[in-house]
Ligand binder design. Structure first.
Ligand code: PRP
Length: 189
C-alpha cells in the first residue's frame, strides 16, 4: 500500500491537494463493510456497482463483506457539460440479475445533486426488490437538488471538484489511488 508520502511525490501538478489519502479511504471502507455485514447477516445481497465511477470503491468494499454476495453493474449517462449534472439521465447498460425479492445495495462513488440516484431508486423500485439501500463513498450536500437518504456513507465533503479512486475528469484520473482536489484553473489549458 502506498504511503501518503509516496502519493504526494507522484501527484500530478493539477491535483491541488490530496483530500482523502489511501489509508484513510481503506480504513473507512473496512468500517462500512463491517457495518453492512452486520446489517445483512444471514441474507444474500446483490451489490450493484454504478459504472464507471464506483468501480474502485465496489471492488474494495466487497472484500469486506462477509455475506453471500452477487455483483452486478449498471450504467447511467447524464447529458450536459463535463462538470455539471443536468438531471437528464438514461440507462446505458441495465443489470443482468433479476432483483425481484432480493436485497439490493446500490454502490456509488459520489452523491452530488442526487439526481442520478433519484432516477435509479425509482427505476429499481419498480422491479420490487426485497430491499433497496444506498452506499456512497462521498456526499457533497452543498450541490444537492433532491433529498437523498444515503444508508451507508463514507465521507461528507465540501464543494470541490474531486478526482481519483474512480472519479474522473474527462475520463482521466480514475486510476489515482486517492481522492484529490482538481485545480479547476488548469482545466481548460
Ligand atoms: C457521477 C457519479 C454519480 C453521479 C453523481 O457519474 O458517479 O453516478 O455522477 O451525480 P449526481 O448526484 O449529480 O447525479 P458520472 O455521470 O460522472 O459518470 P461516471 O461514474 O461514469 O464517471
Amino acid at each position: 500500500m502506498g504511503s501518503p508520502m509516496t502519493e504526494a511525490a507522484n501527484k500530478p501538478k493539477e491535483i491541488a491537494e490530496i483530500l482523502l489519502d489511501e489509508p484513510t479511504l481503506q480504513s473507512r471502507i473496512a468500517e462500512l463493510g463491517a457495518e453492512i455485514t452486520r446489517d445483512y447477516q444471514g441474507e444474500e445481497l446483490i451489490v450493484l456497482c454504478v459504472l464507471k465511477g464506483s468501480i474502485m470503491f465496489t471492488v474494495d468494499l466487497v472484500k469486506h463483506l462477509g455475506l453471500r454476495v452477487a455483483i452486478d453493474f449498471i450504467s447511467i449517462s447524464s447529458y450536459g457539460a463535463a462538470t455539471k449534472s443536468t438531471g437528464v439521465v438514461k440507462m446505458v447498460k441495465d443489470i443482468e440479475e433479476d432483483i425481484k425479492g432480493k436485497h439490493v445495495l446500490v454502490v456509488e462513488d459520489i452523491v452530488d445533486t442526487g439526481l442520478t440516484l433519484d432516477y435509479l431508486k425509482r427505476s429499481l423500485s419498480m422491479r420490487e426488490p426485497a430491499s433497496l439501500k444506498i452506499c456512497s463513498l462521498l456526499s457533497k450536500p452543498a450541490r444537492r437538488k433532491v433529498d437523498m437518504e444515503i444508508d451507508y456513507l463514507g465521507f461528507t465533503i465540501d464543494d470541490h471538484f474531486v478526482v481519483g479512486y474512480g472519479l474522473d475528469y474527462q475520463s482521466f484520473y480514475r486510476n489515482i489511488p486517492y481522492i484529490g482536489i482538481l485545480d479547476t484553473s488548469l482545466l481548460d489549458e
